[in-house]
Each structure stands twice: as structure tokens, then as C-alpha cells.
Design a binder for this molecule. Sequence first.
Ligand code: ADP
Ligand code: ASP
Ligand code: MG
Length: 443
Amino acid sequence: MLKVCKFGGTSMADAASIRKVKDIILGEESRKYVVVSAPGKRNKEDIKITDTLYKCYNDLVEKGDFSERFSLIRERFLGIAADLGLKSDFKAILDVTEKEIAEKKSADFTASRGEYLSARIMAEFLGFEFVDAEDMIRFDSQGRLNEEYTDDKVKTRLKHVDKAVIPGFYGRDSEGKVKTFSRGGSDITGSVIARGVKADLYENWTDVSGFLICDPRIVPEAETIRQITYKELRELSYMGASVLHAEAIFPVMKVKIPINIRNTFKPEDKGTMIVPNEQYKSLSGEIITGIAGKKNFTVIFIEKSMMNSEVGFIRRVLSVIEHHGLCIEHVPSGIDTLSIVLESEQLKNGVLSDIVNEIRENVSPDYVHVIENISLIATVGHGMARRTGTAATLFSALAKAGINIAMIDQGSSELNIIIGVANSDYEKCIKAIYDAFVIANKK
Ligand code: ADP
Ligand code: ASP
Ligand code: MG
């Protein structure tokens, strides 16, 4: 048995948590490769190291000096190292780091130092080798992970290393400069390492006991999903369930390595197993697996009688969006209607009205209507396909809660029903869906 373990920001936040991490790792001989995040928040008011580092970079650019803010980074790491009784001269290591940040003047390099220092500390505390992610993880010239190259590098670099700690979140770009993934990207590092070393399991240790049916900040009593397929997870994490980075499943999905989400602070909990379809064993009669959502979308609703018999209608509508270089979230359609759902952020500074005017010119619709401030909520579960009446249960629950549905997209995967509701109904809507499927299912 070989496991890769990734520990998130809360697990690395202070010496007490890091001691728990050590107990977990040493608790099983199979936990050989460890990926760590930068120290996160110790309490609600605290600031993540990564956020402070981005601010250091801003100070450097705006004021030419970041030493005052860097003292927060020093304090935090020196405090942890002293508390853990580490022998290395972390003061000297931090001096070098500060100098390099000033020289390189790169936001990515600056942010990456949180993970770098965190891994240096963890490696020494465990007595494992420190292996830098820079030497293994490579991005291509478009900024995407170069999977093949990285996989090769991980294999060769770790071949003769029995136990290692690797910093998450960063690698090198095609020119050899340090580059980070998007926020939360240490989850991807863990996945890449698991694939490279052919792990049997990728354990992702965080501060909740697995993937919960919905965001615990909205439904505090939300239960843990015990088992979920890669595809369901992809739908949920893409739609905002932030436990695991939305791209973290791809490297392991190809080689079918399961992911186990675990809680550092409750290691006895089994957490969530994320598995390929064929390994999924239905545990009980759950209809839905999870609920997730995102705020701030805009729906452009277009109506034209007989649009389906007009050759090239949809293409001409979509080409307007394409010309503006925007990404489309969903395109639900009916016989005479077509809705386009876009992130509102992309439509600022007159872009929305330009698009609406161009659609009018391009396809002469009978009617165009814009609905703003929409939240998208996905109800996900492969149990839905086997059951009749899932959509009816969903819609009647929302009607009962007095929630108006602005858009519906059932998709073709039968894994997912996505609805659009007013931003102000977002939390209420998630609660209503949870009650209708999870609470009612138990009665
Ligand atoms: P880490 O720092 O360990 O990577 P994250 O903060 O990235 O942890 O992810 C864990 C957090 O995700 C939880 O503390 C919780 O607040 C949030 N979260 C959002 N949606 C869900 C969900 N469906 N299930 C569990 N946690 C969720
Ligand atoms: N430290 C980085 C962040 O806060 C990466 C991570 O934690 O995964 O986004
Ligand atoms: Mg995370």
C-alpha cells in the first residue's frame, strides 16, 4: 500500500496542528509522500500566509519595500519552528526568502514561498527528504499543467526517495520561472504526485470530515457524503463546493486512484471516498449526492418562433459571445427559446448591452430579456437518473419555499439538475433542496 497525503492550510496553521499531522503520517508506514499547503487561518479573524504574501508583493510593487509586512511572515514561521524545536536556522532561510522575493519581483514566486517554507518545516519535523515541486511540476506556454512532462519528472525524481515532503501550489513555467496553480492548487499537486508515484490512495486531509452534502456554512448539520464518483465530484466542485480544487481530480481520474477526503482534527472519521464509477457501491437509497452553487450570473433569454427550423440560429447567437471572447456557463434551450448564462463579472462596462444589441442585429429575435443577479445551484447525483419524479420533488420544494426559478438546465448527463434563482434566494434555496431530498428521505 502506498499513499500520498496532502495537508491543507488549517492543518499546517500552527505547531499544535502540525503535531497532529505528524501523528497521522507516522501512524501508517504507507504514508510516504506528503504535500503541504502554506499555513492557513488559526481562527476566523486570522490571515492566511498566502494572502499576506500577495500583500507583500503589492507593497513591493507599490512602495518598493515590503519588509514591514514580511515581518508577519517571519514571526509566523519562526514561531512554528521554535515551538516544534527544529534545529535548522530558519532565520537565515527567511533572510534568503526575503532577498529572493525582492530580486525576482514576481507575484507567483512570492506566493509560492508559503508552501516552500511550510514544506521545509514539515520535512525537518518528520525527518523526511524535502523535494522541491519546482523540480517536478511544469506548465506549458499557455499556462496549463504539462501533465506528461510532469508525470515523467515525478517518477524519476521520487524513484529513489523513500519518504518525502513536497510543497503544494507551484511548479515552473515553460521558461523555468516559478508559477502557481490557481488558489487552492495544492490539491492538484497532491493529485499529480499520487499519479506519478502510482499511489494506491490519495488522502486529502482538511478541516472537515469529508465532502458534505452541501456547504456547512449554509446548512451546519449537513452530513458527510461517504462515497462519490469522480464525475459527481467534478460537478459539485466546479459549482463551488470548495473542499477540493475543481481540477484536482483529473490527474488521478486517468489512472483510477481514489481520493479520500479526511479531517486532520478528527482522524477517526472515515471521510469521503471519491472513486471511479465501477468502484462505486451503492450504500443506501440516497437520491442525490450533493448540492453546490455559485452566485452572480446573468441570463440572456431569447425567444423566436420557429427558431429551430432556422439553419445556423444558435451558431449566430453564440458567435456574438465568442467575438467578445467570453466563456458561456450554460445554454438551456426550448423549442422557441434559448437562454445564455454567463458570469456577470464578464459583462461589466457596457459589454452586456453590446451583446444584447448584436444578438438583436444578428438573429432578429421576437424578444430578448436579461435577468441579472442570478445564482446557479446544482443538485447532483447519479441516483437521480434511476428515479422518476426527482425534478418534480425539486420544483415543488422550491415552490413551497416561495422561490422563483429563473432558469432550468437538466443537462444530458442525467447526473445534474441546475437551476437559476435570485442571489437573494441562494441560501434559502440550498436549504429547501437539502430538506426535500435529505431530511425527507430519512422520514
Ligand atoms: P484546505 O485548506 O484544507 O485545503 P479548504 O478551505 O480549501 O481546506 O476546504 C475546506 C473547506 O471547504 C471547509 O472548511 C468548508 O468550509 C468548505 N466547504 C464548502 N463546501 C463544502 C462541502 N460541500 N463540504 C465540506 N466543506 C465545504
Ligand atoms: N496556499 C494556497 C492558497 O491559499 C494554495 C492552497 O492552499 O492549496 O490558495
Ligand atoms: Mg483547499
